[in-house]
Ligand binder design. Structure first.
Ligand code: PMP
Length: 409
């Protein structure tokens, strides 16, 4: 049941390059699915992890705590949007963070319904599978799914025709009011830029309208920033772009330079509504993973990581747009910062072209560029370079993508 995109076994990685067992160097446009934002072996992370692993690897924070966990929570409370009083709790994976955000929102609101959106992705555990939109490969044969999950429209500018962000939000809100009842909703959970759904950047005003509706109705508004967070989009968190301060925010992936760590951060009154012992887990906030996170966050602050992501956008976006002019199979170019994508369609139509997308990906990998595809229709090419990627490698990778577009025409 575990799939492998590319059978390339890696022995060393860093600076935007993966080196395989045969000594081949490959340009990494995937960052291990948006994880190694600070690089695969960032010195800040290596130093922190090495020191911690020599001191102790585990005690279980719920048994005998340690400072690293508390320091990561303090850092999260500092860097996440909003200057209100916050609390954080640490877990192992993104899915686990989402599950815990739902638990916390339900405990606080004393309501049960969870609202998610079309094309959303939140994980592979039972609850988060139910919250995830796409059937294959995530859900097929794995049901039944948890109850009280409701899916409403999302803004997908390329496919929404002339409809604006606030208009789509109005439909979504109407569905919540008419079919669920706002007073039954514990949480609305949305990715500010959708990852697995296809790097969909909602039209301006959609995300903030959903947040405003949640606020007006006592619903916890949860931003799933697991893929979009930690400087990926040119802001520390993608919610900031719309000026939204979420009640709860889920993070993972880029948080700890490749070590497994995840978190829920949120308003103190919401987080503190849960009884002690209600949240946790054996490994949640493991000390080695916490040391990695402290190193990664310090690097992001020292090196102006959001600025680096914006510089990657400034380099890549014009190139992708000029490719679009020459290749009508590129229906859309979108994204922010170092979270960019092209959507591949059958020429002259809006019809997704997953076959050409796959062929293009195979071409790129054969030429030494690791790429990831994504999207509900399997027709989106996503670019997630580590922020340590030098410009000349980005240029080289873009050249190979362009050759691939010619070769697959
Ligand atoms: N939410 C989002 C937005 C994600 O992109 C992902 C991972 N792709 C998850 C949740 C689940 O994270 P994990 O794989 O660490 O469980």
């Amino acid at each position: 049941g575990v799939g492998v995109s590319w059978p390339v076994f890696i022995v060393k990685a860093g600076g935007g390059v993966l080196v395989d067992v045969d000594g081949n160097s490959m340009i990494d446009l995937g960052s291990g699915i948006a994880v190694t934002t600070v690089g695969n072996a960032n010195p800040y992370v290596v130093e922190g992890v090495s020191r911690q692993v020599a001191d102790f690897t585990h005690t279980c924070f719920m048994v005998t705590p340690y400072a690293g966990y508390v320091e990561v929570c303090e850092a999260l409370n500092r860097v996440t949007p909003g200057d209100h009083e916050k609390r954080s709790a640490l877990f192992n994976s993104g899915a686990e963070a989402v599950e815990n955000a739902v638990k916390i929102a339900r405990a606080y609101t004393k309501r049960t319904a969870v609202v998610v959106v079309e094309h959303g992705y939140h994980g592979r555990t039972n609850l988060t599978m139910g919250m995830t939109a796409k059937n294959m490969p995530y859900k097929e044969g794995f049901g039944p799914f948890a109850p009280e999950i409701y899916r409403v429209p999302t803004s997908y500018p390329f496919r929404d025709g002339p409809h604006t962000g606030p208009e789509v939000a109005k439909w979504a809100i109407s569905r919540i009011e008419k079919e669920i009842g706002a007073s039954n909703v514990a949480a609305i959970i949305i990715e500010p830029v959708q990852g697995e759904g296809g790097f969909i950047v909602p039209a301006p005003g959609y995300f903030s309208a959903m947040a405003d509706f949640a606020k007006a109705n006592g619903i916890a508004f949860v931003a799933d920033e697991i893929q979009s967070g930690f400087c990926r989009t040119g802001d520390w968190f993608a919610s900031e772009h719309e000026g939204v301060v979420p009640d709860l925010i889920t993070t993972a992936k880029g948080i700890a330079g490749g070590m497994p760590l995840a978190a829920v951060t949120g308003r103190a009154e919401i987080m503190d509504s849960v009884h002690a012992g209600g949240l946790g887990g054996t490994y949640g906030g493991n000390p080695v993973a916490c040391a990695a996170a402290l190193g990664a966050i310090r690097w992001m602050e020292d090196e102006d990581a959001p600025g680096r992501a914006r510089a990657i956008e400034a380099l890549m976006m014009p190139r992708l747009r000029s490719m679009q002019e020459n290749h009508p199979a590129i229906g859309d170019v979108r994204g922010r910062g170092a979270m960019l994508a092209i959507e591949i369609v059958k020429v002259g139509t809006m019809e997704p072209d997953p076959e050409r997308t796959a062929a293009l990906a195979r071409f790129c990998v054969a030429q030494g560029v690791i790429v990831l595809t994504t999207g509900t229709y399997g027709n989106v090419f996503r670019f997630l370079p580590p922020l340590t990627m030098p410009s000349h490698l980005l240029e080289e990778a873009l050249g190979i993508i362009e050759q691939g577009l010619d070769a697959t025409a």
